[in-house]
Design a protein around this ligand. Structure first.
Ligand SMILES: [Mg+2]
Ligand SMILES: [Zn+2]
Length: 340
């Protein structure tokens, strides 16, 4: 990265010379002034509109001292050096010069722009008008960019910043909570909790993570068992877990076969997205524990920290979980250790 100051940023002396030269070449010079603290799309629109009034746009940027003198000691948020650097990267800005006074009358007197732009709040009734017109320039009043302002952005940040973020631990079912069965679990008698899984889940239940099961159950669409059989298994499982002090907030399952190409069967992330919509979950702060390669792919695709129980990923998949563990308890210990 080029650390040098942008060539667009000029001292007062330099900008006076540059403008003089350009005007001799018959170029129309536009001047515009502002503090541009926390740049937003409204700024960009006004800058583009200003630039379109002539051949060169000279931005008169209020210095930190200048901003403080009219907006109080807490502004600007972004320093003049950084504001100038950001603005200098814009195509529609040709030159920037920083000034210390409350208004840019002094510098306008010197550069005598052909056009001076101003927002519609003061419009032509601005204090700079006299200086501009006396030197042969004209005023251009920019269209007001409704709905966009730095103060609105800051207000929105303040309103949302302290809202607690909801995080979740997503759990695969078969091979994670219960033991995998050849030909899948079709009835309650085939459902065996994995060793230590229930006490591990009990530990997890004491945290403020939502606990959500996401399970592929293609056996339904393959005709091995019915939705109501699965729901019976889940009711039984939830009852057992609840008795043991385990909280499960939700179970999502995908009944589809791979050939159906649905958006919910892992490694697709549809079930996670449903959970986000239902619980306002921040996936980035969440975890996914599963035993299958598909679980790792889904977790990584959904930007969730992923823990794989059992075998390592095959090299050809070229994706790794964040952790490998032997069982659910180890996984939950990792999650608790990483808690912030
Ligand atoms: Mg599994
Ligand atoms: Zn599905």
């Amino acid at each position: 990265m080029n650390k040098k100051k942008s060539v667009k940023i000029k001292s007062k002396k330099q900008i006076i010379q540059i403008v003089e030269k350009l005007k001799k070449q018959g170029k129309k010079i536009v001047a515009y002034n502002g503090s541009f603290d926390i740049l937003h799309a409204g700024h960009i629109q006004s800058l583009k509109e200003a630039r379109n009034q002539g051949d060169f746009l000279v931005l008169l940027l209020n210095s930190d001292k200048s901003v403080r003198s009219y907006k109080g000691p807490n502004k600007p948020i972004v320093s003049q050096t950084e504001r100038a650097e950001i603005l200098s990267a814009l195509e529609c800005v040709d030159y920037i010069t920083i000034f210390d006074q409350i208004n840019p009358k002094n510098i306008l007197k010197k550069i005598k722009p052909n056009i001076y732009c101003n927002g519609p709040d003061w419009g032509k009734n601005c204090v700079e008008r006299n200086v501009v017109e006396k030197n042969g320039g004209r005023m251009h009043i920019l269209k007001w960019q409704t709905g966009l302002s730095t103060s609105k952005l800051i207000k929105k940040i303040l309103e949302t910043w302290h809202k607690p973020e909801i995080k979740a631990v997503f759990l695969d079912r078969d091979g994670t909570i219960n033991i995998n069965q050849p030909g899948c679990v079709r009835k309650i008698s085939q459902f065996k909790f994995a060793s230590g899984a229930v006490s591990a889940l009990k530990r997890l239940s004491k945290t403020d993570y939502k606990i959500i099961i996401v399970t592929n159950q293609a056996g339904i669409d393959r005709g091995y068992f019915k939705k109501r059989d699965l729901e019976k298994i889940h009711q039984w499982m939830l009852k057992k877990l609840k008795k043991a002090g385990v909280r499960i907030d939700k179970i999502y399952y995908c009944p589809h076969r791979p050939e159906e190409n649905c958006s919910c069967r892992k490694p697709k992330i549809g079930m996670f997205l449903r959970a986000v919509a239902d619980f306002d979950i921040n996936l980035r702060r969440s975890w996914f524990i599963g035993d299958d390669n598909k679980d790792v792919i889904a977790g990584r695709e959904a930007n969730i920290k992923t823990i794989k129980i059992g075998k390592r990923m095959p090299k050809e998949i070229k994706l790794e979980p964040n952790y490998y563990v032997k069982n659910l308890l180890q996984a939950i210990k990792i999650i608790k250790r990483n808690e912030t």
